[in-house]
Design a protein around this ligand. Structure first.
Ligand code: NAI
Ligand code: MG
Length: 353
């Protein structure tokens, strides 16, 4: 096992530190895992004038998995597009063909007190969104803005090849197999040919997974159902654009951005694991960020890249045990709890482990 550690900017370093303490516990028990750090994002730009230096890309290519903190910051906002920190994450996805994005949205019972949402709708929520990450209207050609005012025209092209659709649907079916065996495929086949093809292929593949109950839903209805009754879903699989919007919507159902991990996988199980939040410049350097999304991202790494479901489950249980003690970082604190620090939360997870 070889993993690249790309902490990045802002709170990236603070949350990575806590995740590594968790890893150290597993190492002390004999787990063989090699780690190597590299600069990425604004930190890499500051040092080398490039948010994704060759040395970082090389390390990533030689690793089985990447733990990624977060990148970005207001000091980089005026840089040209190809120098900005965000270029690093887009570049990594493209270079490594991380086409499958897995984003769980769950509400731990241990955290019920921190939720400002209706408990009768979200308590016990546990869904997984599988989003295609390297195709669709975000990458389709032709695209552009032509003409002159007042007759300009902007256009993008929604395109998917059969091979692209097949591989992400297989990830969806396999993910469902490992969970509640229900897969809901999201499209807009009543209007868009690209997604008619998507639905046809989903039907073709379904017999290969007889245990999985496949259903289809139009994206507008899905947006509504996620708010109305999100617990009806187990695994959702969808294209790049619909997945972008639906996964952000679903994350808000949990009420806390500091808790949610994600995985971006290639065809061989190599993956990049990162919290869904950004570098949080407003709290960076204060030692108050919630490290749990980063720690849970590491759990996903053990599950999806290293097939160590046992370790993943252990880390997840430790996180829940830490929350069960009542410890809360500021983002998940209630009015009556005194917020703890990043390190205190890390310590609680390490103890529970
Ligand atoms: P953000 O996710 O960094 O922060 C949004 C809000 O959530 C802030 O109030 C922040 O303090 C809070 N927050 C985020 N993570 C937290 C944690 N672990 N614990 C406690 N509170 C937390 O989003 P924002 O402010 O829009 O973006 C800041 C920078 O991050 C930008 O430069 C943006 O481009 C970048 N970004 C990077 C991402 C990545 O690395 N994949 C993803 C999203 C944004
Ligand atoms: Mg988004």
């Amino acid at each position: 096992m070889k993993i690249a550690l790309l902490a990045g900017d802002g709170i990236g370093n603070e949350i990575m530190r806590e995740a590594l303490r968790v890893l150290d516990v597993l190492r002390s028990e004999g787990l063989k895992i090699e780690t190597q750090e590299a600069l990425v994002g604004g930190a890499a730009y500051d040092a080398h004038g490039d948010p994704l230096p060759d040395a970082t890309l090389k390390l990533v290519q030689q690793s089985d998995a990447i733990l990624f903190g977060a990148i970005g910051g207001p000091q980089y906002d005026k840089l040209p597009r190809d120098k900005r920190p965000e270029k690093a994450i887009l570049g990594l996805r493209k270079e490594c063909d991380f086409f499958a994005n897995l984003r769980p949205a769950n509400v731990f019972p241990e955290l019920a007190d921190a939720s400002t949402l209706k408990p009768e709708v979200v308590s016990g929520l546990d869904i997984m969104i599988v989003r295609e990450l390297v195709g669709d209207i975000y990458f389709g050609q032709p695209r552009g803005i032509t003409g002159a005012a007042p007759n300009r025209e902007g256009f993008n092209t929604m395109r998917y090849t059969e091979a692209q659709i097949r591989r992400i649907l297989h990830v969806g079916f396999k993910t469902a197999m490992a969970r509640g065996k229900r897969l809901c495929s999201i499209d807009k086949m009543n209007v868009l040919e690209t997604t008619q093809l998507w639905r046809d292929i989903a039907e073709e593949i379904a017999p290969e997974y007889p245990e999985v109950q496949l259903s289809h839903m139009l994206v507008d209805n899905c947006a509504m159902q996620l708010v109305r009754n999100p617990r009806q879903f187990d695994v959702i699989v969808t294209g790049n654009m619909f997945g972008d919007i639906l996964s952000d919507e679903a994350s808000m159902l949990t009420g806390s951005i500091g808790m949610l991990p994600s995985a971006s996988l290639d065809a061989n199980g190599k993956g990049l694991y990162e919290p869904i939040h950004g570098s949080a410049p407003d709290i960076a350097g204060k030692g108050v960020a919630n490290p749990l999304a980063m720690i849970l991202s590491m759990a996903m790494m053990f599950r999806y890249t290293f097939n160590r479901t046992d370790l993943a489950a252990r880390i997840e249980s430790a996180v829940r045990a830490a929350l069960a003690t009542g410890l809360r970082t500021a983002d998940i604190a209630t009015k009556t709890t005194k917020p703890c620090t990043t390190a205190e939360m890390g310590t609680a997870v390490v103890k529970a482990l």
